[in-house]
Design a protein around this ligand. Structure first.
Ligand SMILES: Cc1cc2nc3c(=O)[nH]c(=O)nc-3n(C[C@H](O)[C@H](O)[C@H](O)COP(=O)(O)OP(=O)(O)OC[C@H]3O[C@@H](n4cnc5c(N)ncnc54)[C@H](O)[C@@H]3O)c2cc1C
Length: 499
């Protein structure tokens, strides 16, 4: 190979600077490649951007649950540093609280013995069963992290691993999460506590493989953490790592087309400017890349394929600043004071705006005095919704009132009167800001038919030096999987370009 050919194989691009794109950029740059990251918005972070207001609030616009700290630690240690070089982590205790009724609240403690006592107080014998449940979940987590999630999902041969084959029944890929939980617990409160992670992030518990009880292990055993300053600090730290490796970020730069160029390069169009790269990782929403950026015939899947995908929910969010302290709220409070099953049906089976929504409240100012002015509260409210619902100001406001009435009743405070900042965010914003398919918030649901190799492929089948990363491909939705996805896509592209 001539010197000029060697140099030509060095030039890569990443589309999108969310967790997946930043992770991909860092690994590509570490692999010795020149990396340009193009992000359409004026900020990096994607769904994990921050919103800073003129009156002193800093809102995390998306993720707020820092679970699976080992995945973040692995990212930083791969580059010779630690998460603590960039942000301070605090273990939340209680990890979170669930409101079942105005006077019926469960604080989920960080300490495992205390959690066992709590289970026992609700259902006799459940603490021993919890131990067994979480031991099994620990096995799934370990095998999942070590043997599954870092695989590109391009061939079933990847799973011909002695430990995986031996453990295949223990992974419970073919058992439903819902049945699995009910084998261990009968009390509705415990069932709701165990089911909430899959319900909020993915699909109906009966459609989710019991493999995902690994999420319970993550939440109940590994702890719920908080990065001081919010998730924006995690984004900043990871971007810094990518830059130290040599990646360059271009913000406010939408990619408008992806075409094969002569001599097997890839040409990215950016509003009239075209640039050629030897390899590209597209971490923008998969459907957008396929349908808006690639030419017909170069995409992996038809519109019919996408129509049949089960999406994880979208959501209605309110970012509100309150000029006084609010009683009873914890850092994370889940309002399960209405019928969980009915809301799940309105998300997954009969899509419509929920009549009596469950909702989630994050109040990081309970832990962190940097995210709100002194004496104020920073409050994030989230109602999971079916994707692609009609989204109007009137519907947003109707639901704001529904949940604020319950929140005010619960806290005993006049919150609405004391609001000094308010912004809503919903389906239309996800579409506009992230080119999100049907306004999805969390990508694809974790159903059996959308697990591992059955997810949209990480590699473009027509353009071999084009890879995909992010929450719509392997390993799936959530911040840790998105970070892993960037790693996996980068390794694939590096191998491809070095071959
Ligand atoms: C409200 C909410 C709450 C969540 N809570 C949690 C949580 O608590 N814990 C957790 O682990 N996960 C949570 N998640 C999920 C998690 O945030 C996502 O799975 C993850 O951030 C997705 O990262 P990504 O890089 O795949 O996608 P994105 O963050 O969407 O990044 C893709 C980027 O591509 C850019 N882009 C799109 N089109 C183009 C284009 N044509 N040209 C250039 N750039 C483009 C977008 O602007 C975006 O910045 C939450 C998500 C939401 C929305």
């Amino acid at each position: 190979m001539s010197t000029s050919e060697k140099a030509r194989k060095n030039n890569t691009a990443v589309i999108g600077a969310g967790f997946a794109g930043i992770s991909a950029a860092a690994y590509l740059a570490q692999g010795g490649f020149k990396v340009d990251v193009f992000e359409k918005n004026m900020q990096v972070g994607g769904r994990a951007r921050q919103l800073e207001t003129d009156n002193g609030y800093t809102f995390d616009m998306g993720p707020s649950w820092y679970w699976m700290p080992d995945v973040f630690d692995k990212f930083f240690s791969d580059f010779g540093c630690k998460a603590s070089d960039f942000y301070e982590l605090e273990l939340l205790d209680p990890g979170f609280s669930i409101v079942y009724g105005m006077d019926d609240v469960l604080d989920v403690p960080a300490d495992f013995d205390a959690l066992c006592k709590l289970f026992e107080s609700i259902e006799t014998g459940s603490s021993e069963r919890l131990k067994v449940f979480l031991d099994e979940a620990a096995f799934k987590y370990k095998v999942g992290i070590e043997k599954l999630v870092y695989k590109p999902g391009l061939s079933v041969m990847e799973f011909l691993d002695a430990d995986l084959i031996k453990g295949v029944f223990k992974l419970q890929v073919f058992t439903s999460f819902s049945k699995h939980v009910r084998k261990f617990f009968t009390h509705p409160k415990l069932i709701a506590l165990m089911e909430f992670p899959v319900l909020f992030l993915g699909a109906m518990p009966e459609d989710t493989p019991a493999l995902y009880s690994l999420m319970n292990y993550a939440g109940l055993k590994l702890g719920t953490w908080y990065p001081k300053g919010g998730f924006g600090k995690v984004i900043e730290g990871m971007k810094r790592v990518a830059e130290l490796q040599g990646a360059t970020f271009h913000i406010g730069q939408s990619v408008t087309s992806i075409r094969k160029s002569d001599s097997s390069g890839i040409e990215l169009g950016m509003n009239g400017i075209n640039k050629i790269f030897d390899g590209v990782i597209a971490s923008a929403d998969y459907h957008h890349v396929e349908k808006q950026l690639l030419a017909e015939g170069d995409n992996n899947y038809s519109e019919n394929y996408w129509d049949k995908r089960v999406l994880a929910p979208s959501c209605l969010i309110f970012y509100i600043g309150v000029n006084r302290k609010v009683n009873r709220l914890r850092h994370h409070t889940l309002f399960f004071d209405e019928d969980l099953n009915q809301h799940a049906i309105e998300i997954y089976k009969d899509p419509k705006w929920p009549a009596k929504p469950l909702f989630y409240v994050c109040c990081p100012s309970k832990t962190d005095d940097t995210v709100a002015p002194e004496g104020h509260e920073n409050i994030f409210l989230l109602v999971p919704l079916a994707p692609d619902l009609e989204d109007t100001e009137a519907l947003r406001e109707k639901h704001f009132k529904l949940i604020m009435d319950r929140l005010e009743k619960y806290t005993g405070d006049d919150i609405v009167k004391h609001i000094d900042y308010k912004k809503s965010y919903c389906v239309a914003d996800f579409k506009q800001d992230y080119n999100s398919y049907k306004g999805n918030a969390y990508g694809l649901a974790n159903t059996l038919m959308q697990t591992a190799n059955l997810k949209p492929s990480i590699q473009n089948k027509k353009i071999p030096n084009l890879y995909y990363a992010g929450q719509l491909t392997v390993p799936g939705p959530g911040v840790p999987p998105s970070i892993i996805s960037g790693n996996v896509a980068a390794k694939q592209l590096i191998n491809h370009l070095k071959a």
